[in-house]
Design a protein around this ligand. Structure first.
Ligand code: 5GP
Ligand code: MN
Length: 346
């Protein structure tokens, strides 16, 4: 598939990649299939060109992705500061590289590759395209321009990026190009079966128990347009679970009939609440997440709020209602809320 996406800064990005030798590549915290797949595929391609990539994942590798090739290259931190170039993939914002930040910022040039466009470019060079279903689509173009051979390992990493960020090719971000790339990646040795089995069919006991707790907590506004659920620290403790074990829960919340916006709250050890927001078209939850210092895409976003849980739920549900109201939909639940920024986590 020939590169189709266009980036103003592509020539500069390719120059930077071609001229660098020691390259640090960082993915985002709570890493997913797109950020890990993109990072490893890029590294494998750069190795073909004789580069020395250092791969950083601040939060390591989630159990569900341990089947991917090339992961032995990934470390959680490094003391090295001899980098000519830093590349950040799929992060949304600089803060989301976690403890990789010092290594990334030590490089003279920062290349930001992402399909998130909020809150804006933070690289010296930026390859940003919100039309890409996954950052992996942009990596595909970069590797094509660099003349890299698509090995089965690279294909599997990029196919994983595409498959996971599109909810198995079901979300609105899927384009004909996404499917064409997936087809090419299968031809090049990627296996959608392996990815689907490893990522979706090997859920741990703790994951299923947490899903149960979340479904038990399910609530909705009287009009049914906003649906939300939570898991508490007590739930995490009881099952020896971590945040990674909440994978897939927000999808179950969003799957409720008539839900237009779905929210999933999880209580962290600090008492703050991590929130996943999901919208059905045409709504926009990124703008709501941004009110609370978060961000993401129109249909999938995240933010962090101060506790306690019940207050955070009330504040965010109100903010979502306010957003729906401003979209000129009929308001049937309560008075227009004022967003109280006291609830913003710092
Ligand atoms: P999730 O709910 O899966 O954690 O995140 C959904 C989307 O929102 C992802 O694309 C993620 O990158 C983005 N996102 C989640 N949390 C944050 C955040 O705190 N800040 C920003 N900028 N984006 C976030
Ligand atoms: Mn992504």
């Amino acid at each position: 598939v020939p590169p189709a996406l266009t980036y103003d800064e592509l020539p500069r990005a390719l120059d930077a990649l071609r001229s660098a030798e020691n390259i640090v590549i960082a993915c985002h915290i709570n890493p997913d299939g797109d950020t890990i797949g993109s990072m490893v595929a890029l590294a494998l391609g750069l190795e073909q060109l004789g580069k020395r990539p250092t791969l950083l994942s601040s939060d390591g590798i989630p159990q569900t992705l341990t089947f991917l090739p090339g992961l032995a290259r990934i470390q959680t931190e490094t003391d090295a500061r001899n980098f000519d170039l830093a590349v950040v993939v799929d992060a949304g914002e600089m803060a989301r590289v976690g403890k990789s930040r010092a290594a990334v910022e030590s490089a003279p040039v920062l290349l930001d590759i992402d399909h998130h466009v909020t809150p804006g470019p933070f690289g010296t060079i930026n390859l940003l395209d919100a039309r890409a279903a996954a950052t992996g689509e942009i990596i595909y173009d970069v590797l094509t321009h660099l003349g890299v051979t698509f090995t089965p390992e690279i294909a599997q990493c990029l196919l994983c990026a595409l498959l996971t960020d599109t909810g198995s090719f079901r979300y609105m971000n899927v384009t004909p190009r996404t499917m064409a790339l997936a087809g090419a990646l299968i031809e090049q040795g990627g296996s959608p079966t392996e990815i689907a089995e490893e990522v979706f069919e090997k859920r741990t006991y703790a994951m299923q128990k947490l899903l149960g707790r979340a479904m038990e907590s399910l609530q909705r506004t009287p009009d049914g347009r906003i649906v939300w659920a939570h898991v508490t620290q007590a739930d995490f403790d009881e099952f020896g679970a971590t945040d990674a074990d909440t994978e897939g829960i927000v999808g179950a919340v969003r799957a409720v009939r008539d839900a237009e916006v779905a929210l999933f709250f999880r209580e962290m050890a600090s008492g703050k609440l991590r929130v996943s927001l999901r919208a059905h078209d045409p709504h926009d939850v990124a703008s709501v997440a941004q009110l609370f210092g978060g961000g993401g895409h129109r249909l999938a976003a995240g933010c962090t709020l101060n506790g306690p849980l019940a207050d955070a739920e009330r504040v965010l549900v109100n903010a979502v209602q306010d957003a729906l109201y401003r979209e000129n939909h009929i308001r049937v639940f309560g008075e227009p809320p004022t967003v109280n920024h006291r609830w913003m986590a710092s």
